[in-house]
Design a protein around this ligand. Structure first.
Ligand SMILES: NC(=O)c1ccc[n+]([C@@H]2O[C@H](COP(=O)([O-])OP(=O)(O)OC[C@H]3O[C@@H](n4cnc5c(N)ncnc54)[C@H](OP(=O)(O)O)[C@@H]3O)[C@@H](O)[C@H]2O)c1
Length: 313
């Protein structure tokens, strides 16, 4: 193993022009960390939001910062206190977003944030799971506590988070409404959605008495979502803190969810994938020297699945 590696970093916040492909030292794992040789990583909207500096009030990053917080790869070294993972294990993770990320040939990750990769998924598919699927899991299962027979509206069912949310909600036995545009109708029906609302031509706010709304859009979409809930319903947003006064007035509950690392949940997601119960759709693939194009694709808001960056064979 060489001492130097390629990493895509920023040294200032800004548009895509601040992305730099640098050669930096391979990090050394501390006692509770593993070093992962990265095969593939993925782009999430949070990557370019952090690049732009939009999350500076929330996350205290120091620069230069390696972006990217999804990883699939092989363990290249383990810290002295790590007992349950070993060199050569095929793993995947959504690492701590406060630290250096995965647009690199190697990264160190806390061992308790790392799980064995789903065997049936390619490196690319596996890299597309952690951040988006954990977000869906933690919102639909942990925060909303969705149960069988409930009716949920999932906004942007064709997006990375939405695609996992539809599948997880169906596995729970819920009835799923989802918004997307006409071109994605077959895609979301294929994932199990029961009813599709074309947000460009139809008004989702005509729905009523829903148990749960999963807001992945914010703004006007969140504003119009309140009245679709029944009394006692739940509105969960991953883009914008919901209006607590509105929730109280309507007799519903609400919360903002921010995804956390979880090896346990990644292990459960891997089991679902290997049982053929969790599909991962890839929108597009790029290489480490094409991160700017990958961000450009994500910034369009039109992706139909995961945007993957291939790092090594
Ligand atoms: N809080 C957290 O922990 C957390 C975690 C993950 C993601 N997020 C946030 O959640 C949002 C979604 O993330 P993502 O990765 O799923 O995004 P994404 O994959 O980029 O979403 C793209 C999809 O959104 C659809 N879409 C866009 N506008 C829409 C609208 N008004 N109504 C319905 N569908 C619409 C698009 O379909 P069309 O092309 O048909 O418009 C497209 O398929 C982002 O803002 C992200 O930053 C937050």
């Amino acid at each position: 193993m060489t001492d130097l590696m390629k990493a895509v970093q920023i040294n200032e916040f800004g548009d895509r022009s601040v992305l730099q492909l640098n050669e930096i030292a391979v990090p050394t794992p501390s006692e509770n960390e593993v070093l992962i040789k990265i095969k593939s990583t993925s782009v999430n909207p949070v990557d370019w939001k952090i690049r732009e500096g939009y999350l500076q009030g929330m996350l205290n990053h120091s620069l230069p910062l390696t972006l990217g917080w999804d990883v699939a790869g092989e363990i290249a070294a383990v810290g002295s206190a790590v007992t349950d993972l070993k060199v050569g294990d095929a793993v995947y993770s959504r690492p701590d977003v406060a630290k250096n990320g995965s647009y690199a040939e190697y990264m160190t990750v806390a061992a308790d944030e790392v799980a064995i990769k789903p065997k049936s998924l390619s490196w690319q598919q596996a890299a597309g799971v952690p951040l988006a699927a954990l977000t869906a899991w933690q919102t639909v299962y942990d925060a909303a506590q969705l149960s069988a027979g409930e009716r949920i509206l999932i906004h942007a069912g064709s997006g990375a988070v939405g695609q996992f949310a539809i599948q997880l909600a169906k596995l729970r036995g819920a009835y799923v409404y989802t918004t997307t545009s006409a071109r994605n109708k077959e895609l979301v029906l294929g994932l199990g959605a029961d009813e599709v609302i074309d947000y460009k031509t139809e008004d989702f706010s005509e729905l009523a008495d829903l148990d749960v709304v999963f807001d992945t859009i914010g703004g006007e979409t969140q504003d119009k979502s309140w009245k679709t809930l029944k009394k006692g319903g739940r509105l969960l947003s991953i883009t914008q803190a919901p209006d607590e006064a509105m929730a109280a007035e309507l007799g519903v509950s609400s919360a903002f969810c921010f995804v956390l690392p979880s090896a346990e949940q990644l292990t459960e997601l891997a089991e679902l994938a290997d049982a053929g119960k969790l599909v991962v759709n890839i929108d597009s693939e790029f290489s480490l020297d094409q991160v700017a194009q990958a961000h450009e694709r994500s910034e369009t808001g039109r992706a139909q699945g995961k945007i993957i960056i291939n790092v090594s064979e």
